[in-house]
Write a protein that binds this ligand. Structure first.
Ligand code: GAP
Length: 451
């Protein structure tokens, strides 16, 4: 299990500006969260890493960005209007509201009171399009990004002149009126998804399903999640969603136990068939080589951005004792770290200012940096460790003489001294995975550094 409890991460996130309660000054908004200056960088990095792996690094996947509000018929055809519901019970004593399928016993978990019979509660948020609030104007906030992909399948196929297999990827907000939210950003009412629908010829779906299970599991491992904290769990038949032929969850060992990070489903031809029937449009494809016409099957890896952010935070959190003091460090993968390099002049002495600001200016624009000259150097190192900054660059009085600066490695605490004119290239190489102890020309190790 991740070595840290949820309260510690919630408190770090608030204290350091990763994540705040939504509308906090008004007492909050249930199940909604705001990302602060560091959180927004981390979240963006998670989405960028996903987009790179799913779209840019492949030649069989393209992206789209569909609207959140869609024709309401989409949700009738997809099955969401009829079936996207959870069983809800109310406590007759304290009026608490719970999901019946998550209760261990048939009594209120808060006060022990008697519960009502379960009623099905549709999770889609409803609103009205246009000025008239009547049934004909009802629209839904999308509960998944997937349907925006299915309804654009023909548009993308014909305009991108692609053949199968073809994936269409999208990231974006989804909304679910969850009966109970909780575990910080794990289950909220407004969240972001990273979804990809991979359209294949029927009969090749099992092989592609296997491919995506492997790809998606290894994505988390490559970005630093420990293998022992991840597992692939097949869904039992009775657990399968109404559209799925088969499904696995990528689960992470969160502090509350194994829980879903991502679902990978074989949706067969359910969605395209439903939309073809409902819209009257032909959504089949013609395969030139075999002269066959068929409705593609779909493999769908569907991940939660917020749940991934939470797993990366939990898994990277470490506490250790260095020089008799507690050190908290987020060992985030460099691709995910909100700040890549901190520039720290040894002191605020004005003699150091021109060189320090010059060094900062030479790095800014190349990667995210932070300039910090307040308090002792030790405290500044700790502040950067706590938010996962991989490298700190220190400018001292010797730098004025020899035009060299110190780079400190977050994880090993090793320090090297490098010429300023090699600094940017050295940092780029380290961020791309070069061993920290590999030195550029004119570089040297600083012996005994333990800061
Ligand atoms: N298109 C398929 C689909 O939406 P899902 O299992 O309902 O499948 C996919 O959702 C992912 O979206 C989940 O694995 C989870 O990471 C994320 N997710 C779903 N509901 C969420 C919620 N209420 N809060 C945060 N993330 C959620």
């Amino acid at each position: 299990m991740s070595s840290v409890d949820m309260e510690t991460i919630v408190s770090l996130c608030k204290r350091r500006g990763f994540i705040f309660q939504s509308s906090e000054i008004y007492g909050g908004a249930g199940g909604c969260w705001d990302y602060g200056p560091l959180g927004v960088e981390l979240k963006r990095n998670v989405k960028d890493a996903w987009w790179k792996a799913m779209v840019h690094d492949r030649d069989d996947v393209v992206g789209i960005d569909a609207s959140i509000l869609m024709n309401p018929q989409v949700w009738v055809a997809s099955g969401h209007v009829a079936q996207f519901s959870d069983p809800m019970v109310d406590c007759k004593s304290c009026k608490g509201r719970f999901r019946a399928d998550q209760l261990q016993e048939n009594k209120c978990p808060d006060c022990g009171g008697q519960l009502t019979e379960p009623r099905m509660f549709n999770l889609m948020f409803k609103t009205f399009m246009g000025p008239v609030e009547n049934d004909a104007a009802v629209v839904y906030l999308r509960p998944e990004t997937a349907q925006g992909i299915f309804v654009n399948f023909q548009n993308v196929m014909s305009t991108s002149r692609r053949k199968l297999p073809l994936g269409i990827a999208q990231t974006g907000k989804s909304f679910r009126n969850e009966i109970t939210t909780g575990n910080f950003i794990f289950r909220s009412r407004e969240f972001e998804q990273m979804e990809m629908e991979y359209f294949v010829k029927p009969g090749t779906d099992d092989q592609w399903f296997q491919h995506w299970l492997e790809q998606r599991f290894s994505w988390y491992v490559k970005l630093g999640i420990k293998k022992e904290n991840l597992r692939l769990r097949p869904h039992a038949k009775e657990e399968l969603a109404h559209y799925a032929k088969g499904c696995y969850d990528v689960e992470y060992l969160f502090p509350m136990g194994w829980s879903e990070l991502e679902g990978i489903a074989n949706r067969a031809d359910y969605d395209l068939t439903q939309h073809a029937k409902s819209s009257g449009k032909d959504l089949s494809v013609f395969e030139e080589e075999t002269k066959e016409r068929f409705v593609p099957y779909v493999i769908e890896p569907s991940a939660g951005v917020d749940r991934s952010v939470l797993a990366f935070l939990l898994d990277s959190y470490h506490e250790e004792v260095v020089e008799k003091e507690k050190r908290v460090v987020l060992r985030l993968h460099p691709d995910l770290a909100p700040i890549k390099v901190a520039v720290l002049p040894l002191s605020r002495n004005e003699k150091l200012l021109p060189l320090s600001t010059g060094v900062h200016a030479s790095l800014r624009g190349c990667f995210t940096t932070q300039y910090d000259d307040s308090q002792s150097i030790g405290r500044r190192y700790r502040r950067q460790d706590e938010v996962g900054t991989p490298y700190c660059v220190t400018i001292d009085f010797q730098s004025l003489e020899d035009q060299r600066v110190t780079i400190r490695d977050r994880d090993s605490l090793h320090q090297v001294r490098v010429p300023i004119d090699t600094l940017r290239a050295t940092l780029l190489a380290k961020l791309a995975g070069e061993d920290f102890d590999v030195l550029p020309p004119g570089g040297s190790m600083v012996s005994g550094a333990k800061g």
